[in-house]
Design a protein around this ligand. Structure first.
Ligand code: SAM
Length: 477
């Protein structure tokens, strides 16, 4: 790997004698890691790797990178493939999220931090997961849907529009777009875009993003700022800007010495730096701050009153497709029956009045004439009442066929109608069983398109060999 000359000189100036160690580490292979989804149950993940990520309870390193596309559990949202250093977010949440809160993930796609927040935030919290680039907001919605928590709203807004939600959030996570230095090893193309000029551009864009959204954070609220870079401009200098210009105090996060996390390279604020020659992961920076108390009282835009159009009746059945339906507000959105947690339903109204919503809560079913077709979002949801549908547990071959949106042969004994397709007990989606044929309801745009490029059985063995899930299960009706 040939590093950009200016990167070498600037990082050498930053690290001094330590620099050759970083350069040597950048020539090694990147680490591969996953974070499990405890809300989907871990009972079938009986061969977990021994190598754990120290700062994340559900994080594991894998010995090599398997073809995740051909692991049905990846599509079921049983785990998320995430770079290990960035899982350090969990320590900040654990230290500063006391009870249920309203949290904004400001720069959220593709969803690594958001899915982690959905696991780590105290129960009853609401996550607003935002992405400014439209196409990326759909990927974010897909990943949060697969993770399965109903307590999430995905939005597609500029930070300035979010700033209009004055003092709404208890916590903001800003994992800012950056020059990507920390990803050189994992994503060598990022070196082509790197220049000293681009670092300066990224640093000023980060300050703008923070400035524009700052009003949305409550006085006394927590901001967690992170980048995957090493330089000072995007990190300590921006932290200094937050503290001095926006008004905040820097907060410490307890760490274990064995994690080998580095501290500040300028100023003496508590900051958490991950260097690949010291910590097992890629380059990363994180700092937490508390916004100063005081400031203008919150401005609340008046919520629009819903006009006269009579609401269409909601068919009764889908209400029982989720567990504890009484805890949800069930409503029609166009032709879709959707559920949103009752405890945060008021917040959904506020968000809907000011931001552009991509998805919210769980879509239960789509009304088509007299029929209600269960939505994929329902199958992915942790609120899903599995006893509402007959289940077919597929073999690996049939699961891959299902995920390719090909026809799957169902056992004759299975009742006709909608059936849940599962793999090792993890829901994959729905099939309409019509006796002599079946209709695969897997979302067309998510289907596996790539070929294995080799014998699928080899691929299956490779995935099982990587050891984060157990052996093949038998087909059950
Ligand atoms: N937090 C994500 C995760 O853990 O998966 C990664 C976020 S990535 C480092 C930064 C994100 O910021 C990208 O999705 C990018 O599209 C978005 N972004 C780019 N320009 C932005 C802007 N001006 N304001 C807000 N977000 C922006």
């Amino acid at each position: 790997m040939i590093l950009p000359a200016d990167f070498i000189s600037e990082t050498r100036a930053l690290l001094g004698d330590e620099y050759p160690l970083l350069e040597a580490a950048l020539q090694a292979h990147p680490t591969v890691s996953i974070r499990l989804n405890p809300a989907k149950g871990l009972k079938n993940l009986n061969r977990l790797p021994a190598d754990r990520v120290g700062w994340c309870d559900t994080g594991y390193y894998l010995p090599e990178r398997p073809a995740f596309t051909f692991d049905p559990l990846f599509h079921a949202g049983a785990y998320y493939v995430q770079e290990a250093s960035s899982m350090f977010l969990e320590q900040a949440i654990r230290t500063y999220a006391g009870g249920p809160l309203k949290c904004l993930d400001l720069c959220a796609a593709p969803g690594g931090k958001s899915t982690h927040l959905l696991t780590a935030l105290p129960g009853g919290s609401l996550l607003v997961s935002n992405e400014v680039i439209r196409s990326r907001s759909y990927i974010l919605a897909e990943n949060t849907m697969k993770w399965g928590s109903p307590h999430v709203i995905v939005t597609h807004n500029d930070p300035k529009e979010i700033g209009g939600l004055t003092h709404f959030f208890d916590m903001i996570v800003a994992d800012a777009p950056c020059s990507g230095e920390g990803m050189f090893r994992k994503n060598p193309e990022s070196m082509n875009e790197w220049s000293a000029g681009n670092v300066a551009l990224c640093a000023s864009r980060q300050r703008r993003i923070l400035h524009d959204s700052w009003d949305a954070l409550k006085p006394g609220g927590i901001l967690i700022y992170s980048t995957c870079t090493y330089n000072l401009e995007e990190n300590e200098e921006n932290l200094h800007y937050i503290l001095a210009e926006l008004g905040a105090e820097a907060l410490p996060i307890p760490v274990k010495e064995t994690w080998n996390i580095s501290g500040p390279l300028k100023y003496s604020y508590p900051v958490y730096r991950f260097f690949p020659h010291k910590t097992k992961g890629e380059g990363f920076f994180l700092a937490a701050v508390r916004k100063k108390e005081g400031g203008a009282p919150p401005y609340r835009k008046k919520q629009k009153k819903e006009k006269g159009k009579p609401k269409s009746a909601i068919p009764a059945g889908p209400g029982n497709w989720i567990l504890q339906p009484e805890a949800y507000q069930i409503e029609m959105r166009e032709h879709t029956i959707a559920a949103f947690p009752q405890s945060v339903a008021g917040d959904l109204q506020t968000i809907a009045a000011q931001l552009q919503i991509v998805s919210a809560g769980v879509s239960l079913g789509e009304v088509k004439g007299k029929d209600v077709v269960p939505c994929h979002s329902l199958a992915m949801s942790t609120a899903f009442n599995r006893s509402a549908f007959p289940v077919v547990d597929l073999t690996w071959d049939d699961a891959i066929r299902y995920l390719r949106k090909e026809a799957v042969t169902l056992p004759d004994a299975l009742p006709k109608g909608y059936v849940l397709a599962a793999y090792k007990g993890y829901p994959l989606g729905f099939i309409k069983h019509m006796g002599n044929r079946s209709n695969n309801l897997y979302p067309h745009e998510w289907r596996i398109r790539t070929g294995c490029g080799r014998d699928p059985n080899d691929m299956k063995n490779k995935i099982n060999a990587c050891g984060f899930h157990g052996g093949e299960s038998k087909t059950t009706g």
